[in-house]
Design a binder for this molecule. Sequence first.
Ligand code: CU
Length: 137
Amino acid sequence: MASFRGIGGKPVLVVFLGLTGLSLAGFMPRLTESLPGPREIVVVASDMAFYVDGDAEANPRIRLEAGETVRLVLWNKQPGVVHDFVIGAWQVATPRLRGRERDSLVFQVPEAVGHYVYECSPHSAMMRGTIEVVDVQ
Ligand SMILES: [Cu+2]
């Protein structure tokens, strides 16, 4: 026993930790992907405007369902300019992202239907639009 550890102990330990790390890294994302997750909305900041889910319209109206959970991904594709995405009425905000950075936030849409402003806080005059909350029931 003692001689086995003396010879193989360290390499076995290193391999074991390595496998543990791999299995955790591989397992966790797969677990979340297999579950029905929040609806993902990709918002690109580019040329001093927001573009949503690949659409060509600048600062479009974003329609959300009351009570739904959303994963909002902000992708700043404008090098040298800092952008964020803020829904002030709900106190929802991404961090300020530098060019080519992206981040995401998950939030639950409030139940109150209506119209809410989204904006980029450093450029709210140009980067600003409406979120429409609709009741689907
Ligand atoms: Cu901005």
